[in-house]
Design a protein around this ligand. Sequence first.
Ligand code: URA
Ligand code: ZN
Length: 365
Amino acid sequence: MLKKLLVDVHTHVYLPRYAELLRSRSAVPRIIPAPAASTDSKPSERLLILDHEPSGGRPVGPQYWSRDEKLGFMDKHGIDVSIVSSANPWLDFLPAPDASDIAIKLNDDLEEYCSSSPIISDQRIKRLYGFGMLPLVPGITTSALLDSVRQISLLPHLKGLIMGTRGVGKGLDDEALDPVWEAIEKEKLVVFLHPHYGVDNDAWGEKENGHVLPLALGFPFETTVATTRLILAGVLDKFPDLRLLLAHSGGALTQLSSRLASCIHHDPLVASRLKHDARYYIGRLYYDAVSYGSEELQFVADTIGRSQRMMFGTDHPFFPPLNGEIKWRSVVENLEAIQGVSGWSQEQKDGVEGGNALKLFNLVQ
Ligand code: URA
Ligand code: ZN
């Protein structure tokens, strides 16, 4: 029997070409040298990607771009396979021609990053696969987006694409994206939907709370809103085979699913537009298991009706250990959460740790 594999579907990289781009910029998003006082201790650069970046940004170092660091992190935690995606904010800040040009290069870079990774010989699969990206920015042409979908579909180690929530400027419920969804569905690529903007910063008040509010609440709520808008626009009716994987276990989507269904039912304008109850669409999505708690995982699985649509993730290289611990708490907690779900059989837990992802990304032999 083949060894059971641990597969990480939520793990990021800033490819060297992208990190260089961030270093060359004078406005956020950017990478800047760390202030002199902090340079004796590693790392010596800081990452500023949010609009009102708290605490002078985050420390950033080779774990964000080095492939050896990624493989070392995987080895340390027993992760066999990673489906690596570029981290936010992708190409959102670039003019259309630049976005289009660099998307092609970054997709090629990611293919090389994955294709030259070691093979797991008894399984005949590589250790690294990837999500490519599209130049989803205002002003981009549909044909440039379709070329990009085609490029990704032809790169054998790219199994899908990562996408933020802005589309080409009007969000994911924009009809302008219909040809793109159609092409993605046809090419059987998985869309990894990931937040970046959070919610209106006014919601966070005036107290300095570091990154806690935008990351813990803003990120998941952005995913919740974007996915709901996509459902309300009928995208999942028009493209029934589209496969969407939601970051951070879909945020609050499952918790709010019955309320959403009720609000739709009581609003004829929207109810007449959709073929199914809201909970049907929510059950058709895929969810990472990046929620750090057994109860939350069990709740998502119970709400969507199955654990087979859920899969382990780490969010590496974000949330690194702060006190020199060897193993990353963010990884250990997510693994313990899976193992601790009282309502799951060992087979279900194994599925969430790897088997479900191997099937979704068609990596099983
Ligand atoms: N912080 C980010 O900016 N991105 C992530 O993916 C996780 C944490
Ligand atoms: Zn992430």
